[in-house]
Design a protein around this ligand. Structure first.
Ligand SMILES: [Mn+2]
Length: 242
């Protein structure tokens, strides 16, 4: 039985060539033997619209994904807070399937909730206000009508604001909220969830309503890649170098 591979928060950007090299190595190597590959948000550090596919750096990422899907490996991509503008043209160019905000899939017998994870950071009210604003489809359409260069400028300007705001926030509100996590387990009737976003990789065991549950937090990528492999034998962490 082929394994399912999950990863998130690669934050691919031209300024971080080692991370991109690890990604290309991942798509040529371990991903080829997978039953499916789930990228749970923030594949790109910044995505201002699918016309970004024409940039040389993005085109290489698109080509690596297309080679993988052409080899017969299903690739699923969730949007993160950095690349929430990933759309249909990106999906067509790569052959990947875009996921909704939360998806429940059966992974080797366990119904598993997959998401980027930022929706669970409910303690950060300013971020949640921004998130609701940014994820509004009408606003996204308006944003995408702006010239490409202007969108690039707006994204860079917002990134600077986000970095200084994050630096001022207490650690606790940048992590998931325990009540939001319990609510998601309860509402979906699941025992496992996997998400990224917080850059706090872990396997948490918890009990909700008397039932044991697990929450797997995926690692963000640095000069190396990190992914979780699940098959009938269980769950393992792996690293990949460029
Ligand atoms: Mn994120």
């Amino acid at each position: 039985m082929k394994p399912t591979l999950l990863l998130s928060d690669l934050h691919l950007a031209p300024e971080r060539p080692a991370t991109a090299a690890a990604f290309h190595a991942f798509t040529r190597g371990p991903a080829r033997g997978a039953a499916g590959v789930y990228i749970l948000g923030d594949l790109f550090d910044s995505w201002v619209g699918d016309d970004q596919c024409r940039e040389p750096f993005a085109r290489q990422v698109v080509e690596s994904l297309r080679a993988l899907t052409h080899a017969g490996v299903p690739v699923y991509v969730a949007r993160g807070n950095r690349d929430f503008l990933l759309g249909g043209d990106f999906a067509r160019a790569t052959g990947a399937i875009l996921l909704g905000e939360q998806t429940i899939v059966d992974i080797h017998g366990t119904r598993t909730l997959l998401s980027h994870g930022d929706e669970f950071c409910t303690g950060d009210l300013a971020y949640q206000r921004y998130r609701a604003w940014a994820r509004d489809p009408a606003r996204q359409r308006r944003l995408l009508r702006l010239p490409y260069r202007l969108r690039r400028w707006v994204a860079a300007w917002m990134r600077r604001g986000s970095r200084s705001a994050t630096a001022r926030k207490p650690e606790s509100i940048l992590d998931v909220d325990a009540g939001a996590i319990e609510g998601a387990f309860r509402a979906n009737g699941i025992t496992r969830m996997i998400h990224g976003h917080t850059h706090r990789p872990a396997h948490h065991a918890l009990v909700v309503d008397g039932t044991p549950r697990e929450r797997i937090v995926l690692a963000d990528w640095d000069d190396r890649g990190h992914f979780v492999e699940i098959d009938a034998a269980g769950l393992r962490n792996h690293e990949v170098d460029g």
